[in-house]
Design a protein around this ligand. Structure first.
Ligand code: ZN
Ligand code: ZN
Length: 250
């Protein structure tokens, strides 16, 4: 069996259980195993150092055999898949979905600001004035995302469960919302330039979200990406999410 660990890639013999009620052999002995250590280490490296799966796996190969790294089994694709599943499992555990069969609903895999008043969570005062919250909208113009090479292979693990609005409700909103094209007299405004630019290769060009005005924490299920420049219709969805769905008497 190939065992991928933080210390390198190992080939070890593993004995399986042959009790009468044991599980079948292909479940007991998969071809490749990743240790929790290596998955945690990869996710941390990916988050803090921006290491891609390919670079990280090359490092493991080099650690295993500095003379012949190309002879170490190539489990790069497996690492990418398992790391995504591991991240998803940890997020589910952190948000309390570890040992129950409940499936999380929209925005439940993200946390909102702990300091802002939220009825039932950190505020038991019935006076409506004590629940006053203010929000700001912010936008990042540089969050560009390319079209996937094989869109039919894409699997959404947490569609609409975190900070981003679910793709189906976003599509429904875009289909319904009327898009009013605003002509700006300012000839160097970036949003206007972007709206007119041809961006066929990009799936999205920027990202917009709503945050609490005092502490800057983003609101779960309130971020959208912009598909062609600054469409007015796309701006309204984060706003409507804040008012109705995501924070309604949580
Ligand atoms: Zn046994
Ligand atoms: Zn806040």
């Amino acid at each position: 069996m190939v065992i991928v660990d933080k210390s390198g890639v190992h080939r070890l013999e593993v004995r399986c259980c042959d009790c009468p009620n044991a599980m079948s052999l292909d479940i007991q002995i998969p071809k490749t195993v990743f240790t929790f250590r290596v998955l945690d280490d990869f996710l941390l490296d990916n988050l803090e150092c921006g290491t891609s799966a390919m670079n990280y796996y090359s490092k493991l190969q080099r650690m295993t055999s500095s003379m012949f790294p190309h002879l170490v089994p190539d489990q790069y694709r497996e690492l990418m898949r398992v790391a995504r599943q591991w991240r998803q499992l940890k997020i589910m555990k952190w948000h309390g979905f570890g040992h129950c069969s409940d499936t999380p609903s929209t925005g439940e895999l993200a946390l909102f600001c702990p300091a802002c008043p939220q009825p039932g969570i950190n505020n038991t005062n019935r006076n409506p004035n004590s629940r006053h919250r203010s929000f700001v909208m912010d936008r990042n113009f540089k969050a560009e995302h390319l079209h996937p090479i094989k869109p039919f292979d894409e699997v959404w693990l947490s569609n609409g469960l975190g900070f981003m609005v679910g793709k189906d409700s976003y599509k429904m909103h875009l289909a319904e919302a009327a898009d009013t094209v605003e002509k700006s007299s300012c000839n160097n405004h970036r949003a206007v330039n972007q709206a007119n630019a041809a961006r066929h290769k990009l799936e999205s060009t920027s990202i917009r979200g709503v945050a609490c005005a005092r502490h800057g924490c983003f609101v779960p299920h309130s971020m959208v990406d912009f598909q062609k420049g600054a469409r007015q219709a796309t701006c309204t969805i984060p706003h409507s999410r804040v008012n109705h769905a995501s924070l309604a008497d949580k």
